[in-house]
Design a binder for this molecule. Structure first.
Ligand code: GLC
Ligand code: CA
Length: 574
């Protein structure tokens, strides 16, 4: 199959029953793709919904179950679309509401879910609400934003975009007051103390669920409320808002999900699941684990990862982590210690241009110096963690980045489909593209592209596809618990994923899989302690090969080549 020419759209427009499985979000592999970066169907230099729809077959072929599309709404695009000026309109460059509806039904026809992204903490300063708020303080939108006469309120709140902002307050020359903003100064924060703001947000959420989306990512969710005493992150009122929103979703849109983007310390991130009685989000991105994966790869030491995974709080029934290696933002280092942060800057951001705010603006393949062993190790670990994996577009072919572009655009360049003009992304005059495709020595689109990797059986793309297909055969990866095991080698991480099987709606059978990863840059031998599994037989999940049985004392030994992993089925005990 070639994906360089438009693919004819096939299939029914709706699959009845797609939402019947209440655990769908726990069994899915998601793919994040920015609409403007994927396929340009009309040659104007911008990717669009028709283009994205034309490549759904590719995503299905790869083994993707859900697509996360970052904001595609009307926007001045000063923050990649996270600066929204109309939440109920599609940016004309991306298409129309009808194009979006068509995209959703074609995704559903392929058994893929669609997750959109709603930045509700703030709007663009071009949003009509803000224009009205600054013009008419007494009018209906006067209190839609957080206005003050001075720039002194909320003194304990940190600045997030430290590269560009010096204060969370900005002066508005029209209203002659200061307004509050957690991100860029062109993104005023909505005032959640105002009930009318809640109504407006509910209208937006309902609008998109009514169009058939399966999930909503709650962008920047910790920052909704601020207080004089607090630090403006995850304040009690913010959690109350999320709980109320969840109740509405459960009542009106059962089976659809909310996912929290909360870049917080482990315990605080987990709070976005709420409790079984008072749930908040169905999913939350696992920000704590992600940077520790990159740390382990270079430190050749698994102990920090071992600690975080062993301490990971259990999520309420039906909830799931969203695990990821990279996304459209910088690899954030906000939630690691200063010592780790400095080590990671040294390993991964040795050129100052690679940094952005408190993080690193590079893609997976270039972070890992294009090492195939490391790419396989990192992806296999991602696919083994408790939760649902989110891949970032282009990482399946090992796309590189362009640190000469501004800010996070470094890793938002056109998808590389083929060695043709504009990497097969667009037929436009190259100068017209929203961003140029990568043309660096190692990652040039003439060598790194989908077409070439499809033609080569041993390519990263084909490896990704096969590992995704193996994972899909084993629901334990999505549904199971995790038990971290002791090893006698600090560069080796070992854990068991276990699923008991509950027999409901043809639920999967009981299954236990041992996942072992060696971060060492040299071959190693390790002895692992699995006291609960003495006498159990081990078989490789890929080829079925038999491994030594676990000894009576629960120990067994493995030998690893450089940076490698095993997925071993744990069979019946003798
Ligand atoms: C989220 C988005 C990021 C955006 C920010 C402000 O963190 O992931 O891309 O810049 O919100 O909207
Ligand atoms: Ca276009």
């Amino acid at each position: 199959m070639s994906f360089t020419a438009p693919i004819p759209i096939i299939g029914a427009s709706h699959v009845p029953g797609l939402r019947l499985d209440p655990d769908w979000h726990r069994k899915s592999v998601f793919y994040e793709v920015m609409v403007r970066s994927f396929v340009d169907s009309n040659g104007d230099g911008f990717g669009d919904f028709q283009g994205l729809t034309s490549r759904l077959d590719y995503l299905q072929w790869l083994g993707i179950d859900g697509i996360w599309v970052p904001p595609f709404f009307q926007s001045p695009l000063k923050d990649g679309g996270y600066d929204v000026s109309d939440y109920q309109a599609v940016l004309p460059e991306y298409g129309t509401i009808d194009d979006f509806k068509h995209f959703v039904s074609e995704a559903h026809a392929r058994n893929m879910r669609v997750m959109i992204d709603l930045p509700i903490n703030h709007t663009s300063d071009q949003h009509p609400w803000f224009l009205a708020s600054r013009e008419d303080p007494e009018g209906p939108y006067g209190d839609f934003y957080v206005w003050r006469d001075t720039d002194e309120g909320y003194p304990n709140v940190r600045i997030i975009f430290v590269d560009t902002e010096t204060s969370n307050w900005a002066f508005d020359s029209v209203r002659r007051q200061f307004y509050w903003h957690r991100f860029f100064s062109h993104q005023p924060d909505l005032n959640f103390e105002n009930p009318a703001v809640h109504d407006a947000v509910y209208d937006i959420v309902r609008f998109w669920y009514d169009l058939g989306v399966d999930g909503v990512r709650l962008d920047a969710i910790p920052y909704l409320y601020e207080s004089e005493e607090g630090n403006g992150e995850s304040e009690p009122a913010t959690h109350q808002f999320v709980r109320d929103l969840r109740r509405m979703v459960d009542d009106e849109y059962p089976g659809r999900v909310l996912i929290a983007e909360a870049n917080q310390w482990p315990a605080e991130t987990a709070e976005y699941f709420g409790t079984a009685e008072e749930p908040e989000c169905h999913m939350a991105f696992d920000f704590p684990t992600m940077p520790r994966i990159f740390y382990s790869l270079r430190a050749q030491n698994a102990s920090e990862l071992q600690r975080v995974l062993a301490e990971q709080v259990e999520v309420p029934p039906g909830a799931a982590w969203g695990v990821f290696l990279r996304n459209h933002d910088e690899l954030t280092l906000e939630m690691v210690s200063e010592e780790y942060r400095q080590a990671m800057y040294g390993w991964y951001a040795y050129d100052p241009r690679m940094r952005s705010n408190v993080g690193i603006r590079r893609r997976l393949a270039s972070l890992l110096d294009n090492s195939r062993a490391e790419l396989e190790l990192a992806n296999a670990l991602l696919l083994s963690l408790p939760g649902s994996p989110f891949l970032y577009y282009g990482d399946e072919i090992g796309m590189g980045d362009n640190i000469w572009l501004d800010d996070r655009d470094a890793s938002r360049t056109p998808m590389q489909w083929s060695p043709d003009r504009n990497a097969g992304f667009s037929t436009a005059d190259p100068g017209k593209l929203f961003l140029p495709p990568v043309q660096s020595l190692v990652y040039h689109y003439t060598s790194v592209n989908v077409e070439a990797q499809m033609a080569q059986a041993s390519s990263l793309l084909n490896w990704m596809r096969s590992v995704l297909h193996v994972r899909r055969q084993h629901p334990v990866f999505g549904l199971g618990t995790i038990t971290v095991l002791e090893t006698d080698n600090e560069s080796v991480l070992a854990f068991v994923r276990s699923y008991g099987g509950d027999g409901t709606y043809h639920g999967p059978k009981e299954e236990h899989v041992l996942c072992v990863f060696s971060f060492s840059h040299n071959p190693v031998h390790v002895t692992i302690d699995a006291p609960d599994w003495s006498g159990a037989a081990l078989h490789d999940l890929f080829g079925g090969g038999q491994f030594p049985t676990i000894a009576d004392d629960g120990r067994f030994s493995l030998t690893f080549g450089t940076q490698s992993f095993y997925w071993l089925h744990i069979g019946s005990q003798a």
